[in-house]
Design a binder for this molecule. Structure first.
Ligand SMILES: Nc1ncnc2c1ncn2[C@@H]1O[C@H](COP(=O)(O)OP(=O)(O)OP(=O)(O)O)[C@@H](O)[C@H]1O
Ligand SMILES: [Mg+2]
Length: 610
């Protein structure tokens, strides 16, 4: 279950994946509908009305410009406009035509503004909501899934890919806007001249077929960029995280090399993707002018129709043509963002599948005892625990000891429900799985092997921003917990006392001080079950004795599980389990184990001069 080196492209996309227009359009409409719900439908409706008004407004220029030409009545489209006036009971005049065109464009302008504002509202809401949703999904994921994922990948998802996905939504709405306006334009164009309209559709159809390959490449490249982003973030996080070591040993060069390669790979993919995007847009005008020249030659030279009569027709077809091409450009842009959308889509499903089961009973009568029955555990194919039986009666203290890597932390992670083993974990006499995990964990304190410190004040690190108590009581409790964990001394030496900021990972404190702050936090929480994993490993003998005193003061009041290498710490425990290579090899009370001739525990004690 070790962290994977890199998140692979094949996790998100088959290299040969195609992005067929209609299929992809429908698929992403469904995806975005899942995110945005009915807002997406309302947006589409506004887009549709806005585009209809634009088409209608522009088409009004046609009767306006041919107002005084009786021959214009031969045109089916102009007849429709006149019939519309008849139906409205308004007389056709230059003034009424101009007034209508003005009114239509004002409405269209307002709708376009509304549509833009709505799109922006949806996008900004989306960034906020999706960020929150993903934070929640991260909090809900199973621990084994978390240890299998790269931190850079998870970080990249919530920062870069989420924004890219929302940008993808923006591009998708552009696709819809152009798609809808094409339908409207083509309908009007059909009424004006169906033969030329069919020609326009035919030419654009040919270009669609020719440009298809570019879109598939754009989609694939954008997924490649997402993959590289994750890898870059992963390296950057490690560089910042391990800054002290890298600086002291001047080891940046090796990491730079790795970074440089990935920056270059990403640059190449981005470059190709952007340059590909220029192909459809730079083809638009030459192709359009070529097409229009053909039309002009046909009408003016071959059919002998004066230029003034076909100018509106030409303008209309130029716009239809640019819309059709514009659609291809918008589609390309969407394909270029598909990486973010796809990664987010896939991760939504994956995180859902790897969600830790919630719910379960709230025990009526909670006895804070714990037991492992025939517990075995495997990290992937490797068995690290076999047949473990441990009982921790309520308010008793047990110790787990054994050589490094024998499985002590794994047992603690099983007790907190982070890892699910084979066999049974019993809490309060019942199977762990029957209980609401959130409830159980709220009753547990865990001083982990690496002290957990947040970049905030000492007071907040101990109270963990608790709002459970009024400020005065909270302050008192923080001070009490700090005193019990023997932190008072070094806190008072700090200029700002409890309000000193202790830096990322607690860099402004010594390791032993961090351990004591971590212990104080658990004491502040005052849980019924307390777990210490090597809580005193970084302390000098004197400080360790002080901590032992504080552990001793808790004896009989809480259920405690203590992991310690220094055996002096476990003297006070009610029962000791000695582990070796994932098995319990000895167990008993301190004195019994100590007096056992040739016993492993005795040997360990003698080695430590106990
Ligand atoms: N995420 C993981 N994936 C694969 N193997 C793991 C993982 N975590 C731990 N292990 C392996 O499981 C074994 C038990 O690890 P564990 O952390 O429980 O040991 P430990 O007894 O706490 O050691 P230490 O005293 O050094 O903290 C080790 O051999 C370790 O290599
Ligand atoms: Mg450990």
């Amino acid at each position: 279950m070790g962290r994977r080196a890199h998140t692979n492209l094949k996790d998100f996309c088959d290299k040969n994946e195609r992005f067929p227009l209609i299929g992809t359009l429908i698929h992403y409409f469904r995806t975005f509908y899942g995110y945005y719900g009915n807002k997406l439908l309302i947006l589409c409706l506004i887009i549709f009305i806005g585009s209809s008004l634009e088409g209608f407004g522009l088409s009004l220029l046609f009767p306006i410009l041919s107002y005084d030409q009786p021959a214009a009545m031969n045109n089916a489209y102009i007849r429709v406009i006149y019939q519309f006036y008849d139906w409205m009971g308004v007389e056709v005049s230059l003034f009424s035509l101009l007034a209508l065109a003005f009114f239509v464009f004002v409405c269209k302008g307002l709708l376009m503004f509304w549509q833009g504002a709505m799109r922006t509202r949806i996008s900004t809401d989306m960034v906020k909501n999706l960020s929150l949703q993903f934070c929640q999904k991260y909090a809900d994921m199973k621990y084994p899934y978390y240890i299998d994922k790269e931190i850079g990948f998870l970080n990249n998802l919530i920062t870069t890919e989420l924004e890219a996905s929302v940008a993808g939504f923006g591009k998708f709405t552009e696709v819809i806007v152009t798609g809808v306006s094409i339908i409207i334009y083509l309908t009007a164009a059909f009424l004006i001249n169906w033969k030329v309209t069919l020609l326009v559709i035919g030419i654009c159809g040919i270009f669609y077929v020719l440009l298809r390959g570019i879109w598939h490449t754009a989609g694939r490249l954008s997924i490649e960029v997402s993959e590289k982003n994750a890898q870059i973030q992963s390296l950057l996080i490690q560089m910042i995280y391990n800054f002290k070591y890298m600086k002291a040993t001047n080891s940046f060069a090796a990491l730079y090399k790795q970074l440089l390669k990935r920056f270059e790979d990403r640059r190449k993919s981005q470059f190709k993707n952007i340059v590909l995007g220029f192909i459809p847009s730079s083809m638009l005008e030459p192709v359009a002018i070529f097409f229009l020249s053909g039309l002009i030659l046909y009408y003016v030279v071959y059919r002998g129709i004066p230029m003034s009569e076909i100018i509106i027709l030409l303008m209309f077809f130029y716009r239809s043509f640019s819309r059709l091409f514009g659609f291809q450009v918008a589609w390309h842009k969407f394909c270029s963002c598909i990486g973010g959308v796809k990664v987010l889509e896939k991760m939504t499903v994956e995180l859902e599948q790897n969600k830790e089961a919630t719910g379960g009973n709230l025990p009526k009568d909670f006895h804070h005892d714990l037991a492992l029955r025939n517990v075995s555990f495997w990290y992937g194919p490797r068995q690290v625990l076999s047949n473990i039986n441990i009982s921790v009666p309520a308010n008793k203290t047990i110790a787990l000891i054994g050589e490094s890597g024998c499985g002590k932390t794994t047992i603690l992670d099983i007790m907190t429900g982070l890892l699910v083993p084979g066999g049974e974990v019993l809490v309060s006499g019942q199977n762990y799985t029957a209980f609401d995990k959130a409830f159980l964990r709220s009753k547990m304190g865990y001083v982990t092997q690496e002290p957990v410190i947040f970049n905030d004040t000492i007071a907040n690190n101990i109270s963990f921003w608790s709002e459970k108590y009024p400020p005065e009581e909270c302050r008192r409790r923080v001070e009490e917990a700090a005193a019990l964990a023997f932190c008072t001394d070094f806190i008072q030496k700090n200029e700002k006392g409890y309000q000193s900021i202790i830096g990322d990972k607690g860099v402004k404190l010594s390791v032993g001080q961090r351990q004591r702050i971590a212990i104080a936090r658990e004491l502040f929480r005052d849980p019924l079950i307390m777990i210490f994993d090597e809580a005193t490993s970084a302390l000098d003998t004197e400080s360790e004795m002080l901590i032992q005193q504080s552990i001793r003061s808790m004896l009989g009041k809480r259920t405690m599980i203590i992991v310690a290498h220094r055996l002096s710490t476990v003297k006070v425990c009610d029962y000791i389990y000695v582990l070796s290579d994932g098995k319990i090899v000895e167990e008993g009370k301190f004195n019994d184990l100590y007096n056992k001739e040739f016993g492993i525990f005795r040997q360990k004690c003698l080695l430590q001069n106990i």
